[in-house]
Design a protein around this ligand. Structure first.
Ligand SMILES: [Zn+2]
Length: 134
């Protein structure tokens, strides 16, 4: 039996229970608005396991955002040679705000994936569902 790896499922936004069905409609940076599917098309798992469950993803996305902002701040410092003083503050502010906007679809998607795959002890991988022919 061919098992799908957890890493593959996380990177590709697959269902945590069967690692086959898509959690989201559309692609990360597609022109269509990405939505979270209600149930897994392959195994039927309900992704929002209880009402308001995805509020918890906000904390994950907050942590991701902070890490990205710090990363962008350092990148700006090293790549542009800008000084850390008041004259260059707008460069930092614009890079960080613009970067956060560009990354927001990514954060939306991966905060939910991290929540479902790594922070939800109720959801377990069931290899039996991972057998559908692709
Ligand atoms: Zn599934």
């Amino acid at each position: 039996m061919q098992r799908t790896s957890k890493l593959y499922a996380i990177v590709n936004g697959k269902c945590p229970q069967c690692r086959r069905g898509d959690i989201f409609t559309g692609s990360v940076f597609g022109f269509n608005i990405q939505k979270t599917n209600k149930n897994c098309a392959n195994c039927g798992l309900r992704f929002e396991i209880e009402p308001g469950y995805f509020y918890a993803a906000m904390y994950v996305s907050y942590a991701m955002n902070m890490a990205e902002m710090i990363g962008m701040g350092f990148a700006t410092y090293y790549l542009s040679g800008a000084k850390i003083d008041f004259d260059d503050i707008w460069l930092y502010v614009s890079v960080i705000i613009l970067g956060s906007l560009i990354l927001s679809p990514f954060n939306y998607r991966y905060s939910r994936i991290i929540l479902l795959h790594l922070l939800s002890p109720k959801i377990k991988y069931k290899p039996a569902y991972d057998t559908a022919v692709k």
